[in-house]
Design a protein. Structure first.
Length: 113
């Protein structure tokens, strides 16, 4: 586990706590901040996992012969690209879900005269 993975896990835990406290206190700003921390943490953790995967593939590629090295390097680049795409897609989906939840909470708690 690298530093990014550990920091991501910590940010997710911190975010869950902030969101829970914010929701318990009816503080949307704190709850939203917690949700944002969770997204940030998920992205950090995924980035750390991506770096680990790239390092593992790169280490294996160095052990292979020169002809296989080029192929492994391209596979690592493709894998890293695919993981980055999944990370950004997941972060976008989480952001959309959090935004929808925040909007629903705001509508629910908006007092109309």
């Amino acid at each position: 586990m690298n530093r990014d993975t550990a920091a991501g896990k910590f940010d997710q835990l911190k975010g869950k706590a902030k969101q829970s406290v914010g929701e318990a206190l009816g503080n949307n700003k704190l709850a939203n901040s917690g949700a944002a921390d969770q997204v940030k943490g998920a992205v950090k953790e995924a980035w750390g996992n991506t770096k680990d995967a790239v390092h593992a593939v790169a280490g294996e590629a160095h052990a292979c012969c020169t002809a296989k090295h080029s192929e492994a390097k391209q596979n690592a680049a493709d894998t890293a690209h695919d993981v980055r795409e999944r990370i950004t897609s997941t972060a976008q989906n989480v952001k959309n879900a959090v935004s929808a939840k925040a909007e629903a909470l705001q509508r629910k708690h908006t007092h109309t005269p």
